[in-house]
Design a protein around this ligand. Sequence first.
Ligand code: ZN
Length: 191
Amino acid sequence: MTILSTILEFNETFVSEKQYEQYATTKFPDKHIVILTCMDTRLIELLPKAMNLKNGDAKIIKSAGAIVNHPFGSVMRSLLLAIYELQADEVFIIGHHDCGMSSTNTDHIIGQMVDRGIDKSLFKTLQYSGVNMKDWLHGFSDVTESVKMSVDLTRNHPLMDVNVPIHGLVAHPDTGKLDIIVNGYDFVTKK
Ligand code: ZN
């Protein structure tokens, strides 16, 4: 049994027994929020539970480190779509302690790529094309600073509605405890 076949087998039962019925909802977030958080496995169920969120309550974007690092990348596009098209009125950027992106060893990652067959000369070619692999793979050393930077970038985005509060929080990956880093209400005029 492969991972894929195990999942598909389970899925057949899930659908035929109509287990999906308990999750019925719409594409619009009932609590009118969009969350950007990390892909960390510890947060899959813990974070929504710790925030009292159920299926349908929030738009959730996941990315390594919960980092907004490109003003016109897919994370920012998702945030803007959530706000302008999908009725999200507030943004929550939630990093977490002990994040894999806080200890990214870029040399190790590049070494792993080479070990798995990526041609070393490619990294030189990328460098000439303006892609600095180390910068691109690098995460952050302080999650609080990282959350602040992502909040700033989002709040100051030229296409962002200035009346949308952009909150910054840090979660504990074992307890789900949330610490507020930036209170987005402090920066909007309409409250
Ligand atoms: Zn993480």
